[in-house]
Design a protein around this ligand. Structure first.
Ligand SMILES: [Cu+2]
Length: 237
């Protein structure tokens, strides 16, 4: 009897660990992530490495980290995307929570304001195998303004499990219109603290996936002044 209990306890512990495993950007690199291909910390920055980049930023009960989590990246080369490009982003997926709704947004002011550039509602990551690196195409708008400090943010509300908000922020360069504006809607940050909109678990809420909250997103236009890019590849500093 005791041995059966032990086996069960081990199985439950394994399950608990699995349910703690989540999703993050892998390409482009999320800020301070520990992936080998991402910008490396300097000798005195190793304590800043984020070994937990795939955890949610919060739940509907509480906020554990600000959007983007970190205010900066380690110095290094940022990927250069051209306006109109379709980028093959890579997600590091531990478990897919039966999918959910993804938004991708750009910020030209280090995360103060965001414009959504792509949505995938309800089934985002639903087909991503556990333990996989999963590719999702993201189209950079053809009229995206040029800047060497843009954040591409992947935002996700999962269908199943804790009512969480995920967000991965990657620092990128965009080459597009030099001096211009980008219009769209501001992203929904649902299930991110008690005062945020609540998206229930889809399977236990008659299929409610939060549509009304996504529909209520507010229009936004960001304007970016003309600037000079020295080279194709720009250092973070
Ligand atoms: Cu998870």
């Amino acid at each position: 009897m005791k041995s059966i209990f032990s086996v069960t306890a081990v199985a439950l512990a394994a399950l608990a660990v699995m349910s703690e495993a989540h999703v993050t950007f892998r390409y482009p690199c999320p800020r301070r992530a520990a992936f080998s291909e991402c910008p490396k910390p300097k000798d005195n920055e190793w304590h800043l490495v984020d070994y937990d980049a795939n955890s949610p930023l919060g739940t509907h009960n509480s906020i554990s980290n600000p959007i983007c989590k970190w205010s900066s990246s380690f110095a290094g080369v940022r990927p250069v995307f051209k306006a109109g490009d379709t980028v093959q982003t890579k997600m590091e997926v531990d478990v897919n929570h039966r999918g959910g709704s993804c938004q991708w947004a750009l910020s030209y002011d280090n995360g103060s304001t965001w414009v959504v550039i792509q949505d995938q509602f309800q089934n985002c990551l639903a087909n991503a195998p556990a333990g996989s690196t999963y590719t999702i195409s993201v189209k950079i708008p053809a009229n995206a303004p040029t800047s060497n400090s843009v954040i591409l943010n992947w935002i996700w509300n999962n269908n199943e499990g804790n009512r969480e908000l995920y967000s991965s922020c990657a620092d990128v360069v965009i080459q597009g219109t030099n001096g211009g504006s980008l219009s769209g809607v501001a992203p929904l940050f649902a299930n991110y603290g008690p005062s945020s909109p609540f998206i229930p678990e889809k399977a236990v809420s008659n299929g409610d996936w939060g549509e009304k909250h996504f529909k209520a997103r507010k229009p936004i236009t960001v304007t970016v002044p003309p600037q000079k890019l020295k080279r194709q590849i720009v250092d973070l500093e």
